[in-house]
Structure formats: structure tokens, C-alpha cells
Design a protein around this ligand. Sequence first.
Ligand code: C5P
Length: 285
Amino acid sequence: MKIIKLKSPAKLNLYLKVVGKRHDGFHELKTIFERIDLADTLRFTEMVNGKINIQCIHPQVPLGPKNLVYKVADLLRRDFGISQGVTIQIDKNIPVAAGLAGGSSNAAITLMGLNQLWRLGLGQKELVEYAKKIGSDVPFFLYDCSWALGTGRGDIISPMKIETKLWHVLVVPKMRMLTPKVYGAMNLKLTKFGDDVNILTRYLGQNDVVKIGSLLRNDLEGPISFLKPSLLKIKRKIEALNAVGTAFSGSGPSIFSVIESRKAAVEIYKQLKRQYRQVFIVKTL
Ligand code: C5P
């Protein structure tokens, strides 16, 4: 029996500018993705019975067609006329529906895992086309890079040759944010101000942590705070600690800080852990 085990990492958005609304209803973005060392583990086991069987003990993870991993397996089985099935065991460490793209990462890793397991022979370009069909955040995880610029819906990926590894403390408040609702509450008139992505990229390349921290941006902060004002209060509290910068990731509710060293991250982690249950120290992968 063939078994493949793969890590499925999370992402942060160090920068997220909403450029405008598109005709297809999505928003045009300019975002910097960062791959982080908070990760799930996926185990793919070939099954002769022809069924897709998702296993995960996390109560918020659906096991049927709503799961992006299931969607990928179903799509590939149909397109390639695969008769075998697969059991995919998801060992969840990434908080669900948190702005960390855990489900999207799982979907991308499933594309790679099944490409191997079912010997589909898909190249990078074809994998990316499948990823785009599954979700805007999925393509990023198919690229072997720590940093990337995302444009279009966030699905057009340009990997960045940057060696910098940042330390973060990540707080995931127990609140459910629905991504379409967050984008729906967006006031596009408020997102027109400047674009510092090139400056931020330069500071990233120079590993200038203080300047990086000062240029964090997420245009979804307005709608997130409008929908859940208490999240902005939590962000303000975190900002008062000694980090160089703090921002929401994606459509929230995750809030992360950029911190100068691991030692400083441990200090901030200890303070936050007294107040919040889901706190993590994470690093660029
Ligand atoms: O692509 P994904 O399934 O992650 O998107 C979820 C929802 O988030 C979309 O249906 C859309 O409402 C919103 N979205 C958007 N613009 C983007 C990405 C997502 O409006 N660039």
C-alpha cells in the first residue's frame, strides 16, 4: 500500500492592498505572502475501493465535499478517470478559518500528494491552474519559496528571492470571520492611499526588521473592525507590547506581530498567553 506524508504550512500576509473590485465579484489584490512554520500534516493512503475518505478529528473541519481537500481529490479523480480511492488524514495544527489559509494550503498539498500517488504527471503550470479553481490562496503553496508577491485575486504568484526569516507572535482570537462578508464590507474609497510594496520588499531584502514592521498593511482591517469591533481592541492591546509592527492576516481574525528576536518574541508570547488561549511563536519557513 502506497503512503505519502507531507507538511502543509500556513501563511501570513505581511502586506495586503485591495486595489479594486473586479467584474467577477472578486477583489484585485497586491499582497506579500509569507510561508510560516506553523503546519498541518497530511497523510495520503491509496485505497482500492475507489472512495475518497477524509479523516480529521478537528470539530470544525468538514469531512465531505465542503472540505477543499475532498474537492481536489474529487476533481482529479473525475478529470483523470482514476478508479482508485484515497484516504487523506489531516493532522490539524493551523487554526481553522483564521486568515492563515490552512484549508487552502491543505488543498495545494493534496494536489501535489495526489499527483504523486496517482502518477498524474501534472507539471507546475497545470497544478497552478487546478489550484486557481479551488481558491485564491491555493496557488501560493505550490511554489517553493518563503516570500511571494500575489496579484490578481492573490492567485498570480511571483516568488521573491529573499533570505530574511522573521519572528512573529500570532494570536488567534476565538471568533469566526467569513471571508466573503469581510470583502463585502469593504469601502473601496478608503483603500486608495499609496502603495509601499516596493519599499517593503526592499526592506525585507535588507532584513531591516524595524522598517518592515512600520510598513505592515492590511486593507481588510477596516471591514474586520467594522464587523467585529472587539478584534480592533485586541489588536491595540497587542500593539502596546514591544513589537515593531502588528497587523491582521488575510480576512482575520488572526493578528500577528513582527518582533526583532526570538528572545523578545518569547517575552511577548508569555504576556499574551495569560490573556488568550491560541497564541503561537512562529517564524518564516
Ligand atoms: O477564493 P476564495 O474561495 O478564498 O474566496 C472566498 C471569498 O472571498 C470569495 O468568494 C470572495 O467573496 C472573497 N474574495 C474576494 N477577492 C479576493 C479573494 C477573495 O472578494 N481576491
